[in-house]
Design a protein around this ligand. Structure first.
Ligand SMILES: [Mg+2]
Length: 423
């Protein structure tokens, strides 16, 4: 299946009548304008004449121990099983990370659904013909329902390859404008409030601009009281990961006393409307995470007042293309977004950084330093957060972070390569 626009490109154009050539060029100019903007055309004139042929897809499972355990209302984990994908296209390698968890708790997808979905469906679709760009992946994968994290892993790898092929930074290719991004941290449920205070103290000293704690019934108001008694003014938010129901509305109203930036996903993971009922009863802004799977969901949630903030996770919405659309919808509604984290290795982390340069990422994201999670990250340099809580954006081509293939190899527990024509 050839991408339709490829028939208008390169040598195919020559030999056609003047009118056909003029129409072809006009169509190319329009498509280039809408997808890349004039800035990219200036940086890399003629880039739109290229297409990409994905020659192979390699799927790897790596296992990395976390520096500290991480506990949410789903449970506690000590290490991560992460699926990495790399794509080879015209001599360039692009990397992506599947953010599906070890278990189907955050979403129905998990490590063991992602592998066969990529192997049997998505990788063959990706290699079926040339692509104009990473943005074409979503349409290529549309036949497969759901499996957004698997789709995102591949789509983001293609964007990565495209940026490297064009020798431009990924953040510019995505349409970003920010030269530095603000960082917050997400702190899991601890064994005791004292332990949590110790963690918060460490993160504040490291410069992070927003502290988010995970909450669940029994670990919420009591903990917030302790935190606020010690730090009355820090920017603080909570994430419930769907731990409450609408029957607990009186309990949830008590969160208003703590001057929180937001309460994230208090109710059911697949529910938007009931959040609008809760939001009417709360002063605290609701932020939706799990409920928002695409730009239509975001538009609906904002239309009915289900939230005042949205957390964008590129894996949850199926890749950079849809994440950009969610971003654009929220900007239209004048609602800020921020970039959520999924305990990513450096590859996913670098992609989150690139996404966070889009203009409406106005709140600090969960994009923190590599060393908070890993003794050794698989990228060079590792992600570092400055003392003022910001990450500087690199101008290097691609993500600006080099993948340490030696370490990837060391952590790999299974690997399989699929090639065009043989998948
Ligand atoms: Mg969340």
């Amino acid at each position: 299946m050839l991408a339709p626009r490829s028939s208008l490109q390169g040598p195919h154009v020559r030999g056609k009548s003047f009118t056909t050539r003029a129409i072809s060029r006009l169509l190319l100019a329009i498509s280039s304008f809408y997808t890349c903007g004039s800035r990219l055309t200036k940086d890399n004139p003629g880039h739109h004449l290229e297409t990409m042929k994905i020659e192979s897809v390699t799927l790897r499972e790596i296992q990395m121990p976390l520096v500290h355990f991480f506990e949410t209302s789903f449970g506690r984990i000590y290490s991560r099983r992460i699926l990495l994908v790399s794509v080879e296209a015209d001599g360039v390698r692009g990397w992506g990370e599947c953010v599906a968890g070890e278990d189907p708790y955050y979403s129905p997808e998990w490590t063991e659904t992602a592998w066969p979905t990529i192997k049997h469906y998505l990788a063959p679709l990706l290699m079926q013909g040339e692509l104009d760009a990473g943005r074409d992946c979503a349409a290529r994968f549309a036949r497969v329902r759901g499996h957004r994290m698997s789709k995102a892993a591949l789509e983001n790898a293609v964007w990565d390859a495209e940026a490297r092929q064009k020798q431009i930074p990924l953040w510019k290719l995505l349409g970003g404008t920010r030269r530095e991004i603000a960082c917050g941290v997400s702190i899991g449920i601890q064994d005791s409030p004292e332990q949590l205070l110790g963690k918060i103290e460490t993160e504040l000293a490291a410069g992070y601009r927003r502290i988010k704690i995970k909450v669940k019934p029994g670990w919420d108001l009591n903990v917030l009281e302790t935190i606020r008694a010690r730090w009355a003014d820090i920017v603080l938010s909570v994430d419930a990961n769907s731990a409450y129901t609408l029957d607990e509305i009186e309990h949830l109203r008590k969160f208003d006393a703590f001057n929180l930036l937001m309460i994230e996903q208090p109710l059911w993971n697949d529910e938007i409307y009931l959040h609008s009922r809760l939001q009417k009863s709360l002063r605290t802004a609701i932020c939706l995470d799990e409920s928002i799977l695409n730009a239509r969901d975001a538009d609906f949630a904002l239309e009915i007042g289900a939230c005042k903030i949205i957390n964008v996770k590129v894996g949850r919405v199926g890749g950079f293309s849809e994440a950009k659309k969610v971003h654009d919808v929220t900007a239209r509604h004048k609602i800020p977004v921020w970039c959520g984290g999924m305990l990513e290795s450096g590859i996913g982390r670098a992609h989150n950084i690139a996404l966070s340069t889009l203009e409406n990422f106005r709140l600090p994201g969960d994009v923190s330093a590599s060393k908070r999670y890993w003794k050794e990250d698989i990228i060079d340099p590792e992600v570092e957060v400055r003392a003022d809580g910001m990450i500087a954006i690199s101008d290097a081509p691609g993500t600006g972070y080099h993948v340490r293939e030696d370490l990837v190899k060391k952590f790999t527990v299974r690997e399989e390569t699929f090639r065009a024509g043989k998948a």
